[in-house]
Design a protein. Sequence first.
Length: 318
Amino acid sequence: MVKDTRRSSTCDAIKSLPLTSTRRRKSLKKTVRKDVEVVESTTLVRKRRRKILNVQTPTESKSEQSQTENINSHTDRKIKMPRRVQQLQTVPRELAKYFSDSKMPANFTYAHTNVYRVGKDKRKQVPKEFYTICDCKNNCPNTCINRRLRMECDSDCLSGDKCQNKRITNHQNAAIQCFATSNDRGFGVKTLQNLNPGDFVIEYCGEVISSDMFEKRSKKREKECLFYGMRLSVDFVVDATRTGNLARFINHSCDPNCTTAIWTVGQELRIGIFAIKYIKEGTELTYDYQFETFGRTKQQECLCGADNCSGFIGKQYR
C-alpha cells in the first residue's frame, strides 16, 4: 500500500510558519481539514464501489455467474459473417456507359453473350426439325407465328433485314444502366428510356454450365451468399456470378415491372427479360426471382419495399 503523505506534509508546513501569523495558521488548518475530508470521502466511495461490484447478488447463483462468463468469452471471439459489401473494381472505359458509378464487383467479367462451358453438341438443345419459317411479309410484328412460340426468326425469314423478331440475336437491348442502391440492396438497374409492355430489355447472360456443376458452385459460395443462377433447361443453368452482363444486377421485387422468358434462338435456348407494364424513364427494373428453398435452408430477406412484400424472396417448401 502507498501511504497518503498529503496530511503530514501540510501539517509540518503549518508548524514551520512564524508565531506572529496565528490567524493565518488557523485558516490554513481549516482548509487542510476540508481537503483531507474530501480526500477521505472520495476514497471511501471508491472502496464501497469495489465492494459492491465484487459482492454477488442474492438472486444470482454461481451457475448463472459461470454462464454469463462463458457467454462473455464467446462474444469476445470473432464470428465470420457473410460480407454484404462486395469488393469493387473500376469499370473498364469501354463499359463506362453501363455503370453510373464507374464501379462493379471485383472478380467479375462482363460478357455480351453467353459463355458456354459445355460441349458444342450440348449447346444445340432444340432439334432443327422443330424450327419453323414464318410467312410474314411485314417486319414480323406481334402476330408472327414464331413470336407466339417464343422463337426468333433466322436468316431464312422472308422479311429479311426488316424482321423485328431478332432482338436477342441482334442485341437490341433497351437503354439501361447499373447504379448503386441506397437501401442495402447492392447494385440495381434503371431504365434510361420509357418502356412499354412486351418491350425487350436485355438477355440474361452468363456461363452456361450443367446443373450438377452449378450445385457444386453454389455449395462453395454459400458463405458468400452469391447466387446468380437461372435455369435454362432441366440439364443446364446460366450462372452469372462471375461472368455476365447488366441483367445480373437487376433486383428482385414482389411487385415487379419485368419478367423473364426462355426463347429459342437458332438451336439454342436463351433467356430474355421483358417489360410487363409501362415503365417510366429513370425507374428501377425488377423481376420476381421465384426462389425455391427446401428443408431448413433459411429464406433470404426481401428488401423490395413493395406494398405486397412477403418479407422473403421466393417460397419455402418442407
